[in-house]
Ligand binder design. Structure first.
Ligand SMILES: *Cc1c(COP(=O)(O)O)cnc(C)c1O
Length: 391
């Protein structure tokens, strides 16, 4: 086998990946599946709300199925413009800019702001798209220990003063569920004349008085200069936004390649997101319901002695450590009609494999009880297999 032979290159990579037990499989879901779903990010249960489907259809009837071109050519439609204003208003920023996905928003912001002269400081557990953005920019990227302000301070203090600095963090960490210390990050960044960028993909719709996330109106652009949020999780549709000052948004329109060189999102999607924002404002009881379910789950799980993490968000991981145990629990849960995420490296560090359980306002009390019941059974089986308790 030679390295210049593509088929053998592929089969070599596949063999190594299967050998480490890291080969990934996609499961095809039917819409009417009777599985109890604890794996998605549909925290408010909006993705299947008929009002969103209706708004999407209406948007398509009015504007067409697709936007036909990029925003810079002639794909920027009135419904995109309205959605941007609504998001700016919700987040308390002068302006917001729509992107097709959160992955592209993060690539676009970091690529447009940074170059090889820039220093980027990232939390070790940041989302892959943030790390990839720094690569696309050719920027020098340093990672600080998770949620460790003194490590960030140390890295900032060591970086040359004449280089622009950008501090970047997830708002809610997607695999751990904890929330970043926004005031601490903002104060540290300010001491070193750095801008702070927060990716609040999992906070939007879920946290904050009005569902405006962990930043939203609580922190202005002086504290969080760049705010990213996604629309495919709590808001139930698709796409993402960047919110900030007039100058930031204009800079992105001019220079963010993942903004410029792609077709604008389908107008029906933007129309559905507007409907989701209406529901967010009119039905605060969804957020209240979600937080009640989080409390119910945590109380029952801690009674069982399951290794919960310090998370007050709908992301409730149970870190089991090794891949085999994690897959065995996920398989047993699936046999009982319960779908959870089984997350392994490289998405999380080696030895930190986990069940990623996510809660939604659409769950019934009975769903939570069934989940707890099944987890109790897995725990009992693990105890019998190992003869020692978890955690
Ligand atoms: C999901 C996620 C993204 C990517 O958003 P998409 O719209 O799915 O591309 C970015 N950042 C974080 C923290 C995420 O969890």
């Amino acid at each position: 086998m030679t390295q210049h032979d593509w088929p053998s290159r592929l089969s070599e990579r596949a063999r190594a990946c299967r050998f480490s037990g890291l080969w990934r499989h996609r499961a095809t879901r039917q819409p009417a599946s009777r599985l109890r779903d604890f794996a998605g990010n549909d925290y408010l249960g909006l993705s299947r709300d008929p009002r969103l489907a209706e708004a999407m259809a209406e948007g398509a009837r009015h504007y067409g199925g697709g936007a036909r071109a990029s925003h810079m050519v002639n794909g920027h439609l009135a419904v995109h413009e309205t959605l941007e204003s609504r998001i700016a208003e919700l987040t308390g920023r002068s302006r917001a800019l729509l992107f097709s996905t959160g992955y592209m928003a993060n690539l676009g912001v970091i690529q447009a702001l940074c170059d090889p002269h820039t220093r980027v400081f990232q939390d070790r557990l940041n989302h892959a798209s943030l790390l990839d953005g720094a690569r696309l920019a050719g920027a020098c990227s340093r990672r600080f220990h998770h949620a460790d302000l003194s490590d960030l301070e140390r890295l900032l203090a060591r970086s040359p003063a004449d280089h622009p600095r950008l501090v970047v963090s997830d708002g809610v960490f997607s695999m751990d569920g904890d929330v970043a210390d926004i005031p601490g990050l903002a104060a540290t960044a300010r001491r070193h004349a750095a801008w702070l960028m927060i990716d609040d993909a999992h906070g939007m719709g879920v946290l904050g008085e009005r569902g405006d996330g962990c930043v939203g109106r609580n922190y202005g652009v002086d504290e969080v200069a760049v705010l990213v949020g996604t629309l495919g999780k709590g808001l139930g549709t698709a796409g993402a936004f960047v919110a900030g000052s007039e100058a930031l948004i204009e800079h992105l329109i001019q220079f963010a390649r993942p903004y410029i060189y792609t077709t604008a999102q389908p107008p029906g999607v933007a129309a559905a997101t507007l409907a989701a924002l209406d529901i967010l404002a009119e039905e605060p009881e969804r957020r209240a319901r979600l937080h009640a379910l989080i409390a119910r789950f945590r109380a029952a799980a801690s009674e069982l002695g399951l290794p919960l993490m310090a998370s007050a968000t709908p992301i409730q991981p149970i870190v089991l450590g090794d891949n085999t145990t994690t897959m065995a629990w996920a398989t047993r849960l699936a046999e009982r009609g319960i779908n959870v995420g089984a997350i392994r490296e490289p998405t999380v560090p080696r030895g930190k494999a986990r069940l990623r359980i996510t809660l939604s306002a659409a769950h019934a009390d009975d769903d939570i009880d069934a989940l707890i019941d099944a987890l109790a059974e897995c725990q009992e089986r693990s105890l019998m297999a190992n003869g020692e308790p978890l955690a």
